[in-house]
Design a binder for this molecule. Structure first.
Ligand SMILES: C[S@@+](CC[C@H](N)C(=O)[O-])C[C@H]1O[C@@H](n2cnc3c(N)ncnc32)[C@H](O)[C@@H]1O
Length: 246
């Protein structure tokens, strides 16, 4: 997958792309991330990229011209993908959306700053606005990194076989079960016996029950979309009874 990030602060993204799993994926050619500085596209003498908002109000607004030119320079006839603008007004980014985006050949991520970007740039060259949550950041760069990270790890080969994403929170629709590693006992807290039993069927059942239980306790609304078999339903019935619900 090829990802282009348009920003006036490319240096904000570099460190994240030069470490750990993202670096490995880039080095292996599984993803390609190009940081495109919007500033050189400005036609203004001092390469300004923002101006005061028409109608008044605080802050500055990013100019349409450098953004539109930068996007067009990156997305010729051959561009096959989505052009996204990071924005608190956008569709909220979720694991499901990460899965959708991981199937694209190319992504373009536009990072705003200040009070945001001139609406005409959005109207002309953006397919969709995406928010990474209900809060306001100073710029879209952290959002772009969140999307790159979540999408990249779904691309085949990016995670090693021992780092599989299959069981993780949200992949199955449930929050993930608790994980343990060595030592068997730490500060008086022991690893649950079942995980040391070697009985794979029982371990799988224990993990499924814990995932159901955690999701019930923390994000009960997620349970509405989960397909449950008979064992799941019996467990959930007992759980609800314990909580005085059933
Ligand atoms: C200070 S914000 C602008 C907020 C804008 N005035 C508003 O109220 O919608 C500056 C930039 O940060 C990015 N940003 C802020 N919060 C974000 C969020 N929750 N998700 C994605 N991008 C965000 C956007 O690119 C935005 O253009």
């Amino acid at each position: 997958m090829r990802i282009k990030v348009l920003t006036i602060f490319p240096e904000m993204l570099r460190p994240m792309l030069e470490a750990s799993i993202l670096k490995r994926a880039i080095d292996a050619g599984l993803i390609e991330v190009e940081l495109v500085d919007i500033r050189p596209f400005s036609e203004l003498k001092h390469k300004n990229t923002d101006d005061y908002p028409f109608g008044g109000g605080p802050g500055m607004v990013m100019l349409a011209q450098p953004i539109v030119d930068a996007v067009e320079s990156c997305t010729g006839e051959a561009f096959r993908g989505k052009r996204l603008y990071l924005s608190p007004r956008g569709r909220t980014f979720t694991q499901k959306m990460a899965e959708e985006l991981s199937k694209e050949d190319e992504l373009l991520l536009l990072c705003g700053h200040y009070e945001g970007v001139d609406q005409r740039a959005i109207d002309l060259v953006i397919d969709e606005e995406v928010s990474i949550g209900d809060y306001v950041l100073t710029g879209g760069e952290l959002g772009a990194l969140v999307i790159i990270d979540a999408v990249a790890r779904l691309i085949p080969g990016v995670l090693g076989s021992d780092e599989s994403s299959e069981d993780e929170s949200f992949s199955s629709g449930l929050l993930e079960y608790p994980q343990y590693t060595r030592p068997r006992e730490y500060r008086g807290l022991a690893v649950p016996d079942i995980l040391l039993s070697g009985d794979h069927a029982k371990i799988a059942r224990w993990r499924r029950d814990r995932a159901l239980e955690l999701t019930y306790q923390r994000r009960p609304e997620l349970l509405e979309n989960i397909e449950m078999d008979k064992k799941d339903r019996i467990f959930m019935q007992a759980l609800r009874e314990r909580h005085g619900e059933a």
